[in-house]
Design a protein around this ligand. Sequence first.
Ligand SMILES: Nc1ncnc2c1ncn2[C@@H]1O[C@H](COP(=O)(O)OP(=O)(O)OP(=O)(O)O)[C@@H](O)[C@H]1O
Ligand SMILES: [Mg+2]
Length: 239
Amino acid sequence: MLDDALLAIDNLCVAYDGSNALNGVSLRISKGELICVVGANGAGKTSLIRSIAGIVPSSGGSVRMKGVDITRLPPWEICEMGIAQVAEGRQIFSALSVEDNLLIGGALKRARDDQMGTLEFVYQLFERLRERRRQLAGTLSGGEQQMLAIGRAIMSKPEVVMFDEPSIGLSPALTDVMFGVVKSLNDQGITVLLVEQNVAKSLALSSRGYVLENGSVVLHGSSKELLENPDIQRAYLGM
Ligand SMILES: Nc1ncnc2c1ncn2[C@@H]1O[C@H](COP(=O)(O)OP(=O)(O)OP(=O)(O)O)[C@@H](O)[C@H]1O
Ligand SMILES: [Mg+2]
């Protein structure tokens, strides 16, 4: 079972100036799954995503995609392997147009041949981005910037998309829209790793979940089990 994982993370460690942010995290994602990693402020969620993406170097452990060790690859090669991320805080290019932001996402080798087709797919998903395609990205609202960040990830034709708190700073209504988009991308075959502080909503959306505390996975299981777990209910669900 372990070996057919699309993404296999074993004992991943991240340290900043000698202090550990991840202390040996292991998790697995099969093709087509939507799993979540939930945890409070500072638990290590962003460090996990950034180390998988190759942006933050790991100090131990490994990341394998389809059995290939990608632990020390540079970020662009990890993107070429089919792993995209929608970063915390969006990280769009404010001074470029909406469409140029999307085309940058589509510039990878794996995505280049079908750039226009994928662009059309993104515009169908987010008509708002089509309407604003000539506008500078920095002038978009927070929700629109989140759409753009998701669109840019899709432009790279990923197999796996990692979402870092896609609901942060959004209204409850827009949060539901964003979670709906995450679900519909998964329904279309994209494997999803969703990292969130919104424990109730992400467990409702995912099939399995991992709970991260102080850089360690303290619990994992089916999302249903986790939602019914009294410790989770007390610590994260205000019950
Ligand atoms: N660039 C950095 N330099 C030093 N310490 C960092 C850095 N980034 C994160 N940390 C520390 O690592 C730990 C994990 O942070 P991380 O951002 O991964 O958590 P998080 O779960 O994403 O939190 P949040 O919910 O606030 O986004 C925290 O103690 C944080 O202060
Ligand atoms: Mg974070």
